[in-house]
Design a protein around this ligand. Structure first.
Ligand code: ADP
Length: 544
């Protein structure tokens, strides 16, 4: 006779194959989570890196339950992607959102109000779930015992400590409290400890079972190179790429890699330089036409182009196993985002390299941009908040990762509240601390010399040095970010400013100017900036 446990395992595996076409669970962790959700006696908290297969943790239980699983997700675009994938698998899933035509919405509501709805998964934004128009439907489902699970995807949006804080996510705590008999599942990518604690508290999870992947990934080798110390950084990057690509030869097809740059201009330059040095590399950023972007991504996915040089708008939802390296040409804006971006390397478990080309200039620019954003928020709100400090703190953690002597893996694990791993030479510091120490000393000496030489130069807002800014005085522009996190630079060409070394007397001037030229950015229902379909529009406006 089979035990209850064995029966459950067999049933789950059969359902996994039947509904999703997978022969096995992606990991033991994924299997354990699904089992815990199916048991349904406890709330569940899941913290796993992007691409680990979190969605299946509620989608498979949803298929085995009688009623409907309500999935809260922050962005209509993410929802649409999930619903399309499920529809391709013939799984009855849909979404109710503000963009849905009235006719379709009526059909969905009619199904939800019927005695045996056909739907299995209903995706919805936090705004919509809180809207009065949806309440009768929710209450009806609940009273008829047809709400199987409440899944809160991207649960870090509930935390004010996270970058993606969404006030409407906070209301989900009340929602959860109103559905006491419905098991709740909160899912997030690897998040710092304070964000994790916030999620459990804010969503009022009841005695949750927590599942988290270990932060340490032994197949990833981390190192940091101080870019300003290099005689030719492009040659250095080219050598790194050539070596990194050799790691995967023969084992998992031809490997490939990603170089992340902060600006669109940076992407174009690095791709050009690499191609000139003999590695075919293509730029990817929101300034490209949508068709070109898709083509570059497809070429990279199919291995026709091995190196993609992209802004951080690239990577979401990209799941390629044989990424042999992720290089950051500019330092990431937080340690959490760095972990996520670099973590796209080595998903197949084979040795892969993660490198940051760190520079003092980048540090100065990013600090400036973060302060600028904080000021903008404070002006909008009319007050300062504790969370304003967070973005700067997160960036400081990234800076420490680069500037401090110590194991890179240990720094990351500590940041996420995980135990110190056994690095065993999987970072530059553990494999050769002397080299790291010498590099830090040389960078410090260079910085002292530069500061002494420049101490008489004029300073801009926040001590920002326009003359040190990429492009120098003659190209002094300023940057803003679009919703994809793409940073792009615009030249200020107003008559009053032409020829001035510091056109912005105050941060406010600068922010006003930034707003003036952002006509194509609109605030969306989901609370983010939406770029007009082509990023070109903003750039061409700036060129006029
Ligand atoms: P996450 O939400 O953690 O970022 P997803 O749920 O989007 O990850 O899953 C990433 C990819 O892994 C998807 O393409 C999904 O189909 C695939 N996947 C999930 N579970 C399995 C599995 N058991 N076997 C094979 N592929 C899987």
């Amino acid at each position: 006779f089979l035990t209850v446990k064995q029966t459950m395992t067999t049933t789950l595996k059969q359902a996994l194959k039947a509904h999703f076409g997978f022969d096995s669970f992606r990991s033991k962790l994924q299997e354990d989570i699904v089992k815990a959700v199916v048991r349904g006696d406890r709330d569940v908290f899941v913290c796993m890196p992007t691409g680990a297969g979190k969605s299946l943790c509620y989608q498979l239980p949803a298929m085995l339950a009688e009623g409907i699983t309500l999935v809260i997700s922050p962005l209509i675009a993410l929802i649409q992607d999930q619903v399309d994938r499920l529809k391709d698998l013939n799984i009855p899933a849909c979404s109710i959102n503000s963009k849905l035509p009235a006719g379709e919405r009526r059909l969905i509501l009619a199904d939800l109000e019927s005695s045996s709805p056909k739907l299995k998964l209903l995706y919805i934004t936090p705004e919509m779930v809180a809207s009065p128009s949806f309440q009768p439907c929710l209450t009806g489902l609940c009273s008829r015992g047809l709400l199987s699970y409440l899944a809160v995807d991207e649960a870090h949006c509930v935390s004010q400590w996270g970058h993606d804080f969404r006030p409407d996510y906070l209301k989900l705590g009340d929602l959860r409290a109103r559905l006491p008999g419905v098991p709740c599942l909160a899912l997030t990518a690897t998040a710092p400890k304070n964000v994790q604690d916030d999620i459990l508290k804010s969503l009022r999870l009841q005695l949750p079972l927590s599942f988290a992947s270990p932060v340490f990934r032994s197949n990833l080798h981390y190192d940091v190179i101080f870019r300003e110390l290099l005689p030719n950084p492009y040659v250095h990057l080219h050598a790194f790429i050539t070596k990194a690509l050799e790691q995967g030869n023969g084992s998992n097809g031809k490997g490939c890699g990603i170089v992340y740059c902060r600006t669109r201009e940076g992407c174009e330059t690095v791709a050009y330089q690499l191609t000139k040095l003999g590695v075919l590399a293509k730029a990817y950023h929101a300034g490209l036409k949508a068709g070109d972007r898709i083509e570059v991504q497809n070429d990279w996915m199919q291995g026709k182009v091995l190196v993609i040089v992209a802004t951080i708008s690239f990577g979401m939802g990209v799941d390629k196993p044989n990424v042999r390296f992720v290089a950051h040409w500019n330092v990431a804006k937080s340690l959490a985002s760095y972990y996520q971006e670099s973590g796209r390397a080595g998903r197949d478990g084979l040795p892969s390299s993660c490198r940051t080309y760190y520079s003092a200039k980048d540090k100065e620019q990013i600090s400036f941009l973060i302060r600028q954003e904080v000021t903008r928020k404070q002006e909008k709100r009319g007050s300062a908040q504790e969370t304003d400090k967070m973005a700067m703190k997160d960036f400081e953690a990234m800076v420490s990762f680069c500037e401090q002597e110590g194991c890179r893996h240990a720094t990351i694990s500590k940041f996420f509240g995980d135990k110190t791993p056994n690095c065993a030479g999987a970072c530059d510091y553990c494999s050769n601390p002397k080299v790291v120490r010498a590099q830090i000393a040389r960078a410090a000496a260079l910085s002292t010399r530069t500061q002494a030489a420049q101490s008489t130069e004029p300073k801009g807002p926040f001590g920002f040095r326009p003359d040190l800014y990429e492009g120098g005085r003659k190209g002094y522009g300023f940057e803003r970010q679009d919703k994809d996190g793409d940073t792009f630079k615009r030249k200020r060409v107003g008559a009053g400013q032409r020829g001035s070394s510091n056109p912005f007397q105050t941060a406010k001037d600068l922010l006003e100017a930034t707003r003036d030229q952002s006509g194509s950015n609109q605030w969306t229902e989901s609370g983010g900036f939406s770029n007009n379909t082509s990023g070109n529009s903003t750039e061409s406006a700036a060129k006029k």
